[in-house]
Design a protein around this ligand. Structure first.
Ligand SMILES: [Ca+2]
Length: 326
């Protein structure tokens, strides 16, 4: 049986690194390319972070493409320091002076369109950052979404709880117009792993300790990049999000990836049209679920609500036992 063909679009922070490692280790997945976007860090950092992850896992043959450096509209919000200024916890010193030569010459959006056109109806696109590259892809090639097998998105809200503004999740808040375009115009099967979905399926911190203390290069890498990062600090557990979700370890992007890798992982979802709010001091960037189809849209997405946490834990554990022979 053929492998599942995957393109990963990422703003490579720590949780993206985790998600990419999960895809790298999945025996049934073939990664056609990794496309980079701004988000958790500036675009140059994102590109270097992806190269690092591939290097740690000894999978540097996978092509990496440079994409959008900012949102469609406006100057963009200041970069989040959730995962440190460089996106990987600000602890890595050994910069590769040759990194730019390792990035493909082709622009990420062109690469996405080409790879999907070469493999029509076979590619699963997993979007882990702001959706700017995806919005540009449908503008350059209006038929692009129909050539996809499916789209998985980490981002948005299902309960209106925000993590960077009152009502908006980071990836959507960084480029609301792109999130809007994607959720209006990508008519392929679409699965949204929202901020609250990730938080509601979090894991105990004891699991996190076990995860990063495995005896393998990928685990040691993850232990290093999370070592100084407040997002992984158990002493900062009483931060704002825990008002809603409790003190859990949440590897956000890994949920969207896990859902793509294992169709049986998601145990409950809501099928309905959605729309991203573009106006408002409070609502801009929020995803609204249209459960009664007030908007009269023809296309519904799957908004994930529950997953098999035991299965997810196993995928996480295996992802840090790298490099390995497939
Ligand atoms: Ca991300």
């Amino acid at each position: 049986m053929g492998k599942k063909l995957v393109i990963i679009d990422t703003d490579c922070g720590i949780d993206d690194a985790q998600a990419i490692m999960m895809a790298l280790v999945a025996p049934e997945v073939e990664i056609l390319g990794i496309t980079c976007t701004f988000g958790n860090a500036a675009l140059d950092n994102v590109c270097q972070n992806v190269l690092r992850v591939l290097s740690v896992c000894e999978r540097s043959e996978i092509p990496v493409f440079r994409g959008s450096a900012g949102p469609l509209v406006g100057a963009g919000n200041p970069f989040s320091d959730h995962f440190g200024g460089d996106g990987l916890g600000d602890v890595l010193q050994d910069k590769d002076p040759e990194w730019e030569k390792k990035i493909q010459k082709e622009h990420a959006v062109n690469a996405m369109i080409r790879l999907v056109s070469e493999n029509q109806n076979q590619v699963s696109l997993v979007a882990l950052g702001p959706l700017t590259n995806l919005a540009l892809a449908v503008r350059l090639d209006p038929g692009f979404p129909q050539k996809l097998r499916e789209l998985y998105i980490m981002g948005g809200n299902m309960e209106g709880k925000g993590n960077v503004t009152l009502c908006a999740e980071f990836n959507f808040a960084m480029d609301p117009e792109s999130a809007y375009v994607v959720l209006e115009e990508y008519l392929c099967p679409t699965y949204v792993a929202s901020w609250e979905f990730s938080c509601r399926n979090g894991l105990p911190w004891e699991f996190f300790e076990e995860l990063i203390n495995q005896d393998a290069p990928a685990a040691r890498f993850m232990k290093t990049i999370t070592s100084q990062c407040s997002a992984y600090s158990q002493t900062s557990l009483k931060n704002k999000r825990d008002v809603f979700f409790g003190p859990l370890f949440v590897s956000y992007d890994a949920y969207a990836m896990a859902a793509c890798i294992d169709g049986g992982l998601v145990t409950e979802s809501i099928s309905c049209p959605v729309r991203v709010e573009l106006q408002g001091a409070i609502g801009r960037g929020m995803m609204a679920l249209d459960r009664t189809n007030v908007l009269n849209k023809s296309h519904s997405v799957s908004v994930l609500t529950k997953c098999d946490v035991a299965k997810f834990s196993q995928l996480l554990m295996a992802s840090l036992r790298q490099p390995c022979t497939k």
